[in-house]
Each structure stands twice: as structure tokens, then as C-alpha cells.
Write a protein that binds this ligand. Structure first.
Ligand SMILES: [Zn+2]
Length: 145
């Protein structure tokens, strides 16, 4: 290991992605039930689905390979996540075509219930990007303010 904690790596990755997106980021929430659809879309060559599959594999590997004393933590609570089975992930990517995204695991308890996207954004704001705010994009053809 390079001595950097998982949190340090996450914050560094966030800063890199935030810079690439010039402060405008997209959040994707991927639940276990979404995996088959993502696989099907990746098979058709949809780049966004391929990227999310790669991100899922990398994040699952981080959970299973984490040292017992340095487990992956849930973004929202943050409890240690040691079992990758049926974990939900949130991916944050620059709001432009990009091959890079940051994946964050959400424990089964936190993934339950309504308002997950709002809780994920609140956790990102609390722990990682205090200045962020949510933009609702109502017209995908439109420009950016
Ligand atoms: Zn949690």
C-alpha cells in the first residue's frame, strides 16, 4: 500500500473528477437488480453501461480485497462493508463523456427505503464536496448554466 487511506484516495479521486467536470458531476445509482440490464446494455455496445460494469467490478474487488483493518465503508452511514453480495453503488462522473468515475458502496441497510439519491448527495456534500449543490437537468439538449 502507498500509505494513503481509502478516504484519502476517494477525496483525491473526487477532486480529479470534479476538476475534469468543471464542477458539474453526474451521479448514477446502481442497485443489484440493475446489474442484468447493465450487462445487456453493455453487450449492445453502450459505452455508459460498459463503464458502469467496469466500475462495478473494480468496486467489488476493492470490497473483497480490502485489508480487514481497512475495509470499504458505506458512503452513507458509514459502516464497514465486508460482504459484496447485493451491494448498491453510487458512481460519480464528470458531466461529459469520460472514462473515469468514482464508485462508492452503499450498505444494504442504507440502500433500503425512499430517497436514496437525496441521501447519497447529502453524504457526498457532507463528507467529500461541501460546496456541491444539485442541478436538475430538465432538457438534455440544452446548454449548461
Ligand atoms: Zn450504510
Amino acid at each position: 500500500m502507498d500509505g494513503q487511506s481509502a478516504t484519502d484516495r476517494l477525496v483525491a479521486g473526487f477532486n480529479r473528477i470534479n476538476e475534469a467536470g468543471q464542477g458539474i458531476l453526474s451521479v448514477f445509482i446502481v442497485r443489484p437488480d440493475d446489474f442484468p440490464l447493465l450487462l445487456a446494455e453493455a453487450e449492445t455496445g453502450r459505452a455508459e453501461a460498459e463503464g458502469l460494469i467496469i466500475g462495478l467490478v473494480n468496486n467489488l474487488r476493492q470490497i473483497t480485497e480490502a485489508a480487514p483493518r481497512n475495509p470499504v465503508l458505506c458512503l452513507c452511514c458509514p459502516r464497514p462493508i465486508r460482504d459484496p453480495y447485493r451491494i448498491t453503488f453510487a458512481f460519480m462522473a464528470p458531466d461529459l463523456p469520460s472514462r473515469e468515475a468514482i464508485g462508492m458502496a452503499i450498505c444494504r441497510r442504507c440502500a433500503k427505503g425512499a430517497g436514496l439519491e437525496a441521501r447519497v448527495i447529502k453524504a457526498i456534500k457532507t463528507h467529500l464536496l461541501p460546496d456541491c449543490r444539485k442541478l436538475d437537468i430538465t432538457d438534455m439538449r440544452g446548454g449548461r448554466a
